[in-house]
Write a protein that binds this ligand. Structure first.
Ligand code: FES
Length: 348
């Protein structure tokens, strides 16, 4: 089944980049670095912070606010691949850290986060990508609204630090069940002062996001990271207030993994069958089986991994932000989407 022209051209560019480098005999830049866990620290009952350094002891590069890294871990074959935002220093100013700071929330039935909490100890080796920024903070805005839900605070904290350091006007709404379960509340209070509002849903209920947007100065741009329902609500609130869509920028975590996920199998055109476990993605499973694939964002935002579906014995469960309309019937982003049945035949 043909891939739509836009996606087709992206795939062709990616393929060309690889083949041209090979033709010229240039080494392909390795996307991953050898890294090591330097320290870990418990932030809440479910959230643990990790400082990650280069295995050779060199300082790691600075990352822009909003950047994330891919972490490969899980023993031989690096059986897990997950994305984590880079938090950076916990105070404003020009402090430079030669390591990368991430925070990982242990999710129920999410094997990757359980593995991290259990097995990533100081000295553990892993592979990390260079920083990728798909959630870039604009340098100059009249006013910025930052909204974080739960562990979505990680990129938002980096943005808040950037705005404080550059003395830009902003406000930050940080939503969680209760403070005891929310990471970095004290650091944010010190860093942001009156610009920070902490909303505990167990005490105050879910904040009225439409009222929050309506209270912002004109020309505010909002950045939101958290559960997909919260992001959808903010987008809807913005639409109701006639905000143009570009004024609400978002980052979604864990769209690929849900507690109710079940394993299934993927059949390739050559007849090979690849099992996709409940805690992994089709893309990760195919890569683990040595299948050639294309991917970039790995979270349903870029479209590079879009693959035609030949058949499926259940329903396609689309979890990306780009596949829409008729496309949803015959193609899927394999980095995050799944099926509800047992067998998926892909045009691969
Ligand atoms: S890799 Fe970007 S949408 Fe799948």
């Amino acid at each position: 089944m043909p891939v739509p022209p836009r996606l087709g051209s992206i795939r062709i560019k990616a393929a060309r980049f690889g083949s041209e480098a090979r033709r010229k005999g240039e080494p392909m830049q390795d996307k991953y670095l050898d890294a090591v866990v330097l320290t870990r620290r418990t932030l809440t009952e479910r959230i643990t912070e990790f400082l990650i350094g280069a295995a050779d002891g060199q300082a790691l590069s600075l990352a822009e606010a909003g950047s994330h890294i891919e972490l490969r871990f899980g023993g031989a074959g690096d059986r897990f691949l997950r994305h984590y935002s880079l938090i950076g220093p916990l105070t404003a100013g020009t402090v430079r850290e030669p390591f990368w700071r991430i925070a990982v929330r242990r999710e129920d039935r999410a094997r990757g986060s359980h593995f991290i909490h259990r097995h990533l100890l100081p000295g553990t080796r892993l592979r990390v990508s260079r920083p990728i920024n798909a959630f870039r903070l604009a340098r100059r805005q009249p006013h910025t609204l930052l909204v974080a839900g739960g562990i979505g605070i990680t990129p938002i904290l980096a943005m808040a630090r950037s705005l404080v350091t550059r003395q830009q006007a902003f406000s930050l709404l940080y939503v969680g069940v209760e403070k005891a379960q929310m990471a970095y509340v004290e650091e944010l209070a010190t860093m942001c002062g009156p610009s920070l509002t902490v909303a505990e849903t167990s005490r105050q209920g879910v904040p009225d996001l439409k009222a929050v947007l309506a209270a912002q100065p004109a020309d505010t741009t909002a950045y939101v990271c958290g559960p997909s329902g919260m992001i959808e609500d903010l987008i809807k609130a913005g639409a109701a207030l006639n905000w143009v869509p570009e004024r609400i920028r978002f980052e979604i975590f864990n769209t690929a993994h849900r507690p109710e996920d079940q394993p299934f199998e993927v059949r390739l055109k050559d007849g090979r069958i690849v099992r996709v476990g409940a805690g992994t993605t089709i893309l990760d499973a195919l890569e683990g089986a040595g299948v050639d694939t294309y991917a970039d964002c790995r979270r349903g935002e870029c479209g590079l991994c879009t693959t035609a579906v030949l058949s499926c014995d259940g329903a396609l469960d689309h979890r990306d932000r780009i596949c829409s309309g008729e496309d949803r019937a015959h193609q899927m982003t394999i980095c995050c989407s799944r099926i509800t049945g047992h067998l998926l035949n892909l045009d691969l």
